[in-house]
Ligand binder design. Structure first.
Ligand SMILES: Cc1cc2nc3c(=O)[nH]c(=O)nc-3n(C[C@H](O)[C@H](O)[C@H](O)COP(=O)(O)O)c2cc1C
Length: 211
């Protein structure tokens, strides 16, 4: 196996180190975060939206160091509400394009070709073609030792395409073709390998109905 320790990682060119470390922990979720600012709507791709707890329903998002203008973060701090929209394979190329540095007055919705959807519950835009819409509200933030910021947010409402829902509210991501992200540029399609029954020490792994 290829081996790196702290010292040899340090000697790697920074871009290569970033690529390696960004993808070492595996495939992450792929979401578009929709916000609203003083100059209009904003949409950006994020691979750090994570589950933090289900009661109360809590999500986390990691923001890069706030050393440059970060429109998504600033808009969330300002209005608190934001939308999280799952990315499907049909959306991946346009979703990736939202990471380009558009000037503040430019809405990524228009720039990359996503139709915004407005719901009566909020003034925040959703991505119409996304099969999962989550309405979140800023709760806390935690400065990490690398100057990134972990924002925690409560889930206020969710909308899920019916075809994604299985028994007991299991969301089958294969049915809605959501993608995952490796590093900062690799989009993976999802295949359900199997679901397993609750693990017990005296029982061997048992597959359960994936529906
Ligand atoms: C695949 C991918 C994933 C990204 N994930 C994050 C992330 O989790 N956190 C972050 O701060 N930026 C992330 N970015 C960078 C933002 O998408 C990018 O900085 C974007 O321009 C932010 O726009 P804003 O200034 O409108 O918020 C990611 C970029 C790509 C290409």
């Amino acid at each position: 196996m290829k081996f790196f320790d702290t010292q040899s990682l340090k000697t790697l060119p920074s871009r290569e180190r970033a690529t390696l470390i960004n993808s070492i922990s595996g495939i992450r979720s792929a979401n578009l975060i929709g916000t609203r600012g003083s100059s209009g709507t904003n949409l950006s791709v994020f691979n750090s939206v994570m589950h933090l707890g289900s009661d109360p329903a809590l999500l986390g998002v990691v923001f890069r160091p706030l050393t440059v203008e970060r429109h998504t973060y600033a808009n969330i701090k300002d209005l608190k509400d934001f939308s999280v929209n799952a990315i499907t394979s049909a959306m991946a190329a346009r979703a990736h394009q939202t990471s380009a540095k558009y000037p503040e007055g430019t809405s990524e919705f228009e720039a990359v070709g996503f139709e915004p959807l407005f719901r009566k519950e909020t003034h925040i835009p959703f991505v119409k073609e996304s099969p999962i819409h989550i309405l979140c509200s800023y709760s806390q933030e935690h400065l990490l030792e690398n100057q990134c910021v972990l924002v925690t947010a409560s889930i206020k409402a969710i909308w899920i395409e019916e075809k994604a829902l299985g028994h007991g509210y299991f969301i089958n991501h294969e049915h809605i073709k959501t993608v995952g992200i490796g590093g900062l540029d690799a989009y993976y399609s999802t295949t359900l390998e199997g679901r397993y029954a609750y693990a017990k020490p005296d029982q061997s792994p048992t597959k359960i109905d994936p529906k």
